[in-house]
Design a protein around this ligand. Structure first.
Ligand code: UN1
Length: 499
């Protein structure tokens, strides 16, 4: 099944038939390809080529750079069905979500095309007569993108589409768990390059491999920006390496996203939002809902409703229409889930659901039933992100207590409140409200649109990608002051007479 899809995307069988990275589909554990890791010399060569490409690309006018991304968007539109399916085969998310991920790539391309005519700087009033001060945004250099298995292509696209219209070159290290979608995306990008005509051919490259490859990018001063998505653990290891050479990072790390459900909430809406956010992508989004903080007056009712919905959710092959929960990525993910549930029980949690399913049909794969855990308090395990479908439910009676619980974790990615009380909604998004990068009202924490800046605070890493003015991170800011007078007045009125 995989060969025709890869072929339609331009990847040849030879390219995926040998190598040290063995790719297994989480759907059934079957091998779907082998990919060769890049050697240290190869990574070195690609970084050097990226620098060359950058030098040529930075002089191309930005709206023309946008044309390349427009063409890439066209390729994505034409191949959405195939690439979406490949995402499902390689990452295990349901087809609807695989297609949604490609749509997210298309959306960011559209955004970037418009942006290519809007890389605005400021003109600033100078304190000196006959002077003009301006701020210009210039291309930065090669951008290293390190992406995770759970969004194997969209997160790269958020970075790459912006970086390329900003005049940068890109080097992409995908997760070792999802090298095929990266290869296929690269092929589509190369088609866009061919249509465009005269862009440098190494403008965007892929480096395959594990941690060592990522570290080479992190260490290399020729790569001024590293944009990395993954666990907080990964970010804490990577960040000092880049900081050691005073490089820049955009870090998009772990989340521990909560929903406050207030007494006035529309429980039907809350229930739908909770289900999509907690069990969608089998709980493997950085924006997945991990904690529900429900008012004690409606908590039991909400938990009952959730138990009913959870009981009906279809778990199975993510390619099958109607499936809502696909497999976890691998055995380690199941073990992490089991360990977390055991700890939750030890900390007083009441667990419903959880446990492996479909072990006969898919002996080589890792399907689990999503778990709902009523916790007596926000104990250690609740404060930790487990990348699996576990939803902890906590109770509150005062709004301030709910807010304290919501903010009382180390991560700060996404958050939300379900309420029909205007005061609560406003307090949630006010300065003393949610401390997260994303704060929603009557919307779940996941499934953000590309138009907003995406990212979070605290241990989530502080980076912002995608929409709004995130593009500024991919450029260098230059302040230029121009003297068109015949005198040389000094700033701050300083006198420094030489005659
Ligand atoms: C991620 O899980 O790394 O908001 C990104 C969302 C998606 C992106 C998630 N648009 O859930």
């Amino acid at each position: 099944m995989i060969t025709p899809i890869l072929q339609a995307l331009g990847v040849t069988s030879e390219e995926v038939s040998r190598g040290d990275i063995v790719v297994k589909s989480p759907i059934d554990g079957r091998e779907i390809g082998r990919v060769l890791s890049d050697s240290a010399q190869e990574v070195e060569r690609k970084i050097a080529a990226s620098v060359q490409a950058f030098h040529a690309w930075r002089d191309v006018p930005a709206p023309r750079r946008g044309e390349l991304i427009r063409l890439f968007g066209e390729e994505l539109r034409a191949h959405k069905a195939h690439l979406g399916k490949l995402v499902t085969l390689e990452a295990g998310k349901i087809l609807q979500e695989g297609l949604g991920e490609v749509q997210e790539m298309i959306d960011i391309c559209d955004f970037a095309v418009g942006l290519s005519r809007q890389l605005y700087g400021l003109t600033i009033a100078s304190e000196r007569p006959g002077h003009r001060m301006m701020e210009t945004w210039h291309p930065l250099g090669p951008v290293g993108v390190i992406s995770a298995f759970n969004f194997p292509v969209a997160v790269w696209a958020w970075n790459a589409a912006l970086a390329i219209v900003c005049g940068d070159s890109v080097i992409w290290k995908p997760s070792e768990k999802t090298p095929l979608t990266a290869m296929a995306t690269q092929k589509l990008f190369e088609r866009a390059l061919a249509c465009f005509g005269d862009a440098p051919k190494s403008l965007s490259q892929v480096v395959q491999g594990g941690r060592a490859v990522g570290e080479m990018l992190a260490r290399d001063a020729r790569v001024p920006l590293i944009s990395a998505t993954g666990s907080t653990h990964m970010g804490k290891a990577l960040s000092p390496v880049v900081a050691g050479r005073l490089g820049r990072t955009i870090l998009e790390l772990g989340g521990n996203n909560a929903m406050i459900v207030a007494p006035s909430a529309d429980l039907k809406l809350a229930e739908r939002a909770i289900t999509f956010a907690a069990v969608g992508t089998a709980g493997q989004r950085c924006t997945s809902l991990r904690r529900v903080i429900a008012h004690t007056s409606i908590k039991d009712q909400l938990v009952d409703r959730l138990k009913t919905v959870y009981g009906k959710i279809k778990i199975g092959n993510p390619l099958t229409e109607g499936t809502l929960v696909g497999p976890l990525i691998d055995g380690a993910a199941v073990e992490a889930m089991e360990r977390a549930l055991a700890q939750a029980k030890a900390e007083g949690g009441k667990v419903s659901g959880g446990g492996r399913v479909l072990t006969n049909e898919f002996a080589g794969a890792h399907y689990v039933r999503p778990a709902l855990v009523e916790m007596p308090r926000q104990s250690d395990i609740v404060k930790r992100e487990t990348f699996a479908p576990i939803l902890y439910v906590l109770g509150y009676s005062q709004f301030d207590d709910a807010m304290a619980l919501q903010n009382g974790v180390a991560q700060g990615l996404s958050s939300c409140i379900f309420t029909r009380d205007m005061q609560e909604a406003e307090r949630f998004v006010a300065a003393s409200g949610s401390d997260c990068g994303i704060a929603n009202v009557n919307i779940g924490p996941s499934g953000a649109e590309i138009g907003g800046a995406f990212g979070g605070e605290k241990e989530t890493g502080g980076g912002r990608e995608s929409g709004s003015d995130s593009w500024k991170a991919y450029m260098r800011r230059q302040t230029a002051t121009i003297n068109y007078s015949n005198a040389l007045p000094l700033a701050q009125g300083i006198r420094f007479d030489t005659e």
